[in-house]
Write a protein that binds this ligand. Structure first.
Ligand code: UD1
Ligand code: UDP
Length: 387
């Protein structure tokens, strides 16, 4: 498909459809599950118009990186599981491309919905595009301006072929307009990840995870790291760990190690060094509900995660982003996020400033209100023939 220009850009191929519109929603990696859950729920709520199917590419496969979210978020079991190959990005993308093509051929949908910026996102968008199936991209228009970041290229390609672009911030709309995306294809609906957060927050509050870990509310820092630029290079990772080693003297740290990070720590021989630190705990990833609870009660979050920058913005918890840039500037202008970089002295200085500063109540961006998926599905419903 191309980009349909008109009041309802995706209407032309679907207007004549008799019966509900078949929509394949794609998820593959940890941050995808929180984004697809509210979209699938909203689609399932309107069976006269929509028949949603969930395809899980299998990009992430550990229990703590995948299955746990199905239970916590009430996701339906995937209709198809692609068992994507691990390995290089090329192997992974090529494998998902061919396997998703087979799904599209055997189960032709009217629309494919992809979320975020992972390899599963770009691979499934491209396969759909090549087979003439319209593509909707959720979380469109984010740009870090840094093409060395694998996700930045995924975002540019996915937005380049998407027919419907669902955005969550003004800067995202502006980025797309600057890339000549027709205004009729862009729909600002808000942040679906925050739909999940607001829905799950009460359940998260009831979990005894702080007690289980033996930490007091507001008295610990939470750390997540997984960007290749931070954790694949021994020099950069060593610098960040030096900063964490200094910081744990002032603030107990919970370091939730992503599988990529865990493997690199082991390969570089750094795991045992960290385990000797008295006030830094190297832990496995936790489930989504526990993660929300741990973020909400943290004194400080140090991260390179995209989703965590957004969640701390809504929770009003100070967030230090250990990167030189962010595709989510709205978390700085409207949130608690501070771009710190990866130099140990800069990390320590920013942490001390954050610990000294009074905390202020959150002021989340417009449309980060728990109703983004409903608005998104309303846009789709507008395009579907009334029946
Ligand atoms: C991927 C995404 C990244 C996202 C992150 C979320 C791309 C290019 N990267 O990074 O944008 O922020 O997920 O967490 O799509 N592994 C396991 N178990 C798992 C998953 C991964 O052991 O369940 C290991 C494998 O050795 C794998 C490595 O981690 O090769 C990297 O996994 P991959 O999905 O390629 O990239 P991530 O670093 O997880
Ligand atoms: N998350 C989680 N457990 C963890 C770490 C993160 O459930 O141990 C959640 C986090 O709250 C957010 C999402 O995973 O909802 C973010 O995913 P990740 O950081 O892996 O990817 P990114 O957002 O950087 O693409």
């Amino acid at each position: 498909m191309g980009r349909y220009i008109g009041a309802h850009p995706w209407l032309p191929p679907l207007a004549d459809k008799v019966g509900p519109v078949k929509i394949i929603v794609v998820a593959g990696a940890r941050p995808n599950f929180m984004k697809v859950a509210p979209i699938l729920a909203a689609l399932h709520a309107d069976p006269a118009r929509f028949t949603p199917l969930l395809v899980h590419t299998g990009q992430h496969y550990d229990y703590q990186m995948s299955d746990i979210f199905f239970t916590e978020l009430g996701l339906p079991a995937p209709d198809r599981f692609l068992q994507a190959a691990s390995g290089s990005a090329v192997i992974q993308i090529a494998d998902i491309l061919t396997k998703f093509e087979a799904v599209l051929t055997s189960e032709p949908p009217d629309l494919v919905v992809v979320v975020g910026d992972v390899n599963s996102t770009v691979a499934c968008a491209l396969a759909a595009n090549k087979l003439g199936v319209p593509v909707a991209h959720v979380e469109a228009g984010l740009r870090s301006g840094d093409r060395r970041m694998p996700e930045e290229v995924n975002r540019i390609i996915t937005d380049g072929i998407a027919d419907l672009l669902f955005t969550y911030s003004e800067d995202a709309d502006a980025n797309l307009r600057a890339e000549a995306v027709p205004a009729a294809c862009i729909h600002r609906v808000g942040n679906v990840m925050i739909d999940s957060l607001l829905r799950c927050r009460p359940r998260a509050a009831a979990l005894p995870i702080l007690e289980q870990l033996g930490v007091e509310p507001g008295a610990y820092g939470l750390v997540t790291l997984h960007r290749p630029s931070n954790v694949d290079d021994p020099e950069v990772l060593g610098g960040i760990l030096a900063a964490l080693t200094a910081l744990q003297q002032d603030l107990e740290l919970l370091f939730l190690a992503h599988p990529r990070t865990r493997k690199n720590l082991a390969r570089m021989g750094l795991e045992s060094q960290l385990e000797q630190l008295p006030r830094l705990r190297l832990l496995e990833p936790v489930g989504y509900l526990e993660m929300l609870r741990l973020q909400e009660q943290a004194r400080l979050v140090l991260t390179d995660s995209g989703g965590v920058q957004e969640e701390t913005t809504v929770l009003g918890v100070p967030c230090l982003t250990l990167r030189e840039n962010t595709e989510r500037p709205v978390t700085i202008t409207h949130g608690t996020n501070v771009l710190v970089g990866v130099a140990p002295t800069a990390i320590m200085a920013a942490a001390r400033r954050a610990l000294d500063a009074p905390q202020s109540p959150p002021t989340p961006p417009p449309l980060w209100d728990g109703h983004a998926a409903e608005r998104l599905v309303a846009v789709l419903a507008n395009g579907v023939q009334r029946r």
